[in-house]
Design a protein around this ligand. Structure first.
Ligand SMILES: Nc1ncnc2c1ncn2[C@@H]1O[C@H](COP(=O)(O)OP(=O)(O)O)[C@@H](O)[C@H]1O
Ligand SMILES: [Mg+2]
Length: 263
């Protein structure tokens, strides 16, 4: 068998995170080690409070580790960077800017201005089907539309890594399914590395090549499950035996952790 020639895109090296709380120190993450390869699609599942967002924020450079390091393309992460695009569950749009200006904002930060920024912004606004709303303000849009803007904004700066924290969690089932399909298309076309947090096991299996199951208190990697279901995956995939077996297994593991938390 030919050896796979892929580089490590993200290296999570023995990461620990301790928060100082009113009740003393709380270890949110401990001993997290993970190599994420270039173009890999990773989903992270685990009970609420197990440290998923903490880990994503550390990879994004929005939060520091207590010990351990993150490397992106072999360089230590010490802050945010345009090669790492982030999409949160809550859209985090600027309410005083139009859809187009929201998307252009990140491009401007990257030094892309004027006509070029405008053209690129429209390309991604088109991609998320919002061309007719480019001059609208966030308050004039539905939740699903706002999330599309957040996605267009993240994609527009063309990051090689997409960090997504339950980005479709608040959307209705139809919108979620459509955005999952679009995300998979973008991932395959533009060769991105995706680190995607979800509490929805179905979503994790539909999207990911590997599902990381996290355990609670302190957050650790409990298991890494390979999802060997060929792409493209669709609604029919969800009826296959492979899918259901994986779902049973992952769901059971997550539920066990959920019970641990409630003890
Ligand atoms: N800024 C903070 N200060 C103190 N504790 C925090 C902070 N952020 C998160 N936590 C705690 O760390 C744990 C992990 O939180 P989080 O990463 O948000 O979990 P998840 O995203 O898996 O639900 C939780 O117990 C949460 O209460
Ligand atoms: Mg979270």
């Amino acid at each position: 068998m030919a050896r796979e020639e892929r580089n490590i895109k993200l290296k999570i090296d023995n990461v620990k995170k301790v928060y100082n709380t009113r009740n003393g120190e709380m270890i949110a993450l401990n001993g997290i080690n993970l190599d994420i390869m270039e173009n890999e699609f990773i989903c992270v599942v685990g009970p609420s409070g197990c440290g998923k967002s903490t880990l994503l924020n550390i990879i994004a450079g929005l939060s520091e580790t207590s010990s351990g390091k993150i490397y992106c393309d072999g360089h230590e992460v010490t802050g945010t960077g345009t090669e790492r695009g982030v999409v949160f569950q809550q859209y985090a749009l600027f309410p005083w800017l139009t859809v187009k200006k929201n998307v252009e904002f990140g491009l401007n930060l990257k030094g892309i201005k004027g006509k070029e920024a405008s053209k690129l912004a429209m390309k991604y606004i088109n991609m998320v089907d919002l061309a007719d709303f480019s001059n609208h303000y966030p308050k004039e849009l539905s939740g699903g539309m706002k999330q599309r803007v957040a996605i267009a904004r993240a994609y527009a700066v063309n990051p090689s890594v997409l960090l997504m924290d339950e980005p479709f969690g608040a959307l209705d089932a139809q919108t979620r399914t459509q955005l999952q399909t679009e995300l998979l298309e973008t991932w395959q076309k533009e060769k991105k590395t995706c680190f995607f947090i979800t509490h929805d096991v179905d979503e994790a299996i539909i999207l990911a090549q590997k599902v990381i199951i996290m355990s609670a208190r302190p957050g650790r990697i409990k298991e890494i499950v390979d999802i060997n279901i060929p792409y493209p995956r669709n609604q029919e995939t969800k009826m296959s035996k492979d899918f259901l077996d994986l779902k049973n297994h992952i769901w059971g593991q997550v539920y066990q952790e959920y019970l641990e938390v409630r003890k």
